[in-house]
Design a binder for this molecule. Structure first.
Ligand code: UDP
Ligand code: MN
Length: 333
């Protein structure tokens, strides 16, 4: 009983003291004080912070408008992509651009198969957040596949890749001396717009000295095609067709140093090359099989796939269009 009483008293006392403390604190809050000095310090801090904020905002604006390249020691990867207008073009380029956004120090060189640059590609690039260059060159009619031709009849994208090479050489000679090292360390990769690329692939190719190589999945009627490596050197190629071609590798299966591109100004893709010889037409003048640099765990990992996009069927669209009820042509797809 006594103990209970005591506890109760303690609680009551505790409650009273807390209440008094609270009341005192509230009274202090409401009271006027001579805070002029306090206010001056506060005002000064606020205006200093405002100044700092403004400076930072200006700096951000400046770096946005000049798009100053970030200082980095990573070699630049120039990715050359031929592309042409068709229903799936925007989807292909969107997928690629969003892969490339994850790759540091990448410069996308998009070469349209067109007689002038298109708004679709221009807008997509402008909104991509990537560092890029938009080029164009129309494939001459006699070199272009016609409707109904089998896909293997003529090489595709040759003119466009050569236009990319021409731009690189022009840029390379213009900036020689100025950013010498940056240009010389850079790497060139030919990435078609319909393939699938692992981010790891770009780190594999980044320190290419001459020509680096790796397997390509789902190509040439095979699960994969690949250089075969022994003792760190490429000794032959795993392919289902004419393994004795000079370089039986797909476009997606190699990267070349910009140095090699610049020191071999005549190395280009031969648009008239026989089927399967386009890659060889470019590579045979600049490198030998023994000199190839095997990547992707000595060519045992697949980091790029030669996927091909199905042409969408427009049966219902065509039918509706005949009735004047087709999808709005002003909507970009
Ligand atoms: N391409 C082009 N013009 C064409 C056909 C293709 O610029 O008339 C481009 C295409 O966008 C791709 C590359 O060339 O980036 C290779 O074409 P495709 O993927 O059709 O060839 P495949 O995969 O059958 O070798
Ligand atoms: Mn393709």
């Amino acid at each position: 009983m006594r103990l209970k009483l005591k506890l109760k008293t303690v609680f009551v006392l505790y409650f009273m003291v807390s209440l008094l403390g609270l009341v005192y604190a509230l009274m202090q809050l409401g009271q006027r004080c001579d805070c002029t000095e306090h206010d001056i310090i506060k005002d000064r801090t606020i205006s200093r912070l405002r100044g700092d904020l403004q400076k930072l905002q200006e700096e951000v604006k400046r770096s946005d408008t000049t798009k100053a390249p970030k200082k980095t020691h990573l070699p630049t990867i120039y990715v050359i992509t031929p592309t042409y207008a068709r229903l799936v073009q925007k989807a292909e380029l969107m997928r690629l651009s969003q892969t490339f956004l994850h790759v540091p120090q990448l410069h996308w060189v998009v070469v349209e198969d067109a007689d002038q640059p298109t708004a679709l590609v221009r807008n997509l690039l402008a909104e991509s957040g990537l560092t890029y260059t938009q080029l164009h060159i129309l494939t001459p009619k006699d070199r272009k596949l016609q409707e109904g031709d089998p896909s293997w009849l003529k090489p595709r994208g040759a003119e466009q890749r050569n236009e990319g090479l021409r731009w690189l050489r022009e840029m390379g000679s213009a900036s020689r001396g100025q950013h010498g090292a940056a240009v010389e360390n850079a790497v060139v990769y030919f990435a078609d717009d319909d393939n699938t690329y692992s981010l790891k692939l770009f780190e594999e190719m980044r320190y290419t000295q001459g020509v680096s190589v790796w397997p390509v999945g789902l190509v040439g009627g095979m699960r994969f095609e690949s250089p075969v490596v022994d003792g760190g050197k490429v000794i032959r190629f795993h392919t289902g067709w004419r393994p004795n071609r000079p370089f039986p590798i797909d476009m997606a299966g190699f990267a070349v140093s910009l140095h090699l591109v610049l020191t071999n100004p005549d190395a280009v893709f031969d648009g008239d090359a026989q089927m399967g010889f386009l890659e060889s037409s470019f590579l045979q003048g600049i490198i030998t099989m023994e000199e190839l640099e095997p990547k992707a765990d000595m060519c045992t990992k697949i980091l790029v796939w030669h996927t091909r996009t199905e042409k969408p069927k427009m049966k219902r669209e065509d039918a509706l269009q005949k009735q004047g009820l087709g999808s709005d042509p002003n909507v970009e797809v």
